[in-house]
Design a protein. Structure first.
Length: 115
């Protein structure tokens, strides 16, 4: 993960206007991001296994699986900000998990309160 953060820092990370620099990362958001990456990995390694089957194997609904896996496509600077605890104060795991995020990273930033 160190290389990822270094690359993101080299390109420039945005800061949420209301973020507190001294905040600790939100564990609920961290779990959500980790789950999204895990679900994405399941798809990539699934040898054509359907979303329905992957969700069943994970003991969740296909709808939840799909909603969460979309979070693995967050803008890298948004993910880095969440990992560092620099997300907007109003961004919760529930809000993020229910968000219908656009594919465009600048629109994601705007919708999630990153500027």
């Amino acid at each position: 993960m160190g290389t990822y953060r270094s690359v993101v820092r080299a390109v420039g990370i945005i800061d949420a206007p209301q973020a507190r620099q001294s905040r600790k990362p939100d564990h609920s958001l961290l779990r959500l991001i980790a789950r999204a990456q895990r679900f994405r990995d399941l798809i990539l390694q699934g040898d054509g296994t359907s979303i329905t089957e992957l969700a069943r194997l994970s003991s969740i609904t296909p709808s939840y699986f799909t909603r969460i896996v979309h979070l693995s496509f967050l803008a890298p600077d948004i993910t880095a900000a969440i990992l560092d605890g620099r997300q907007p104060l109003e961004l919760s795991a529930l809000k993020l998990s229910l968000a219908k995020l656009p594919r465009d990273w600048s629109e994601q930033r705007r919708e999630l309160g990153f500027g």
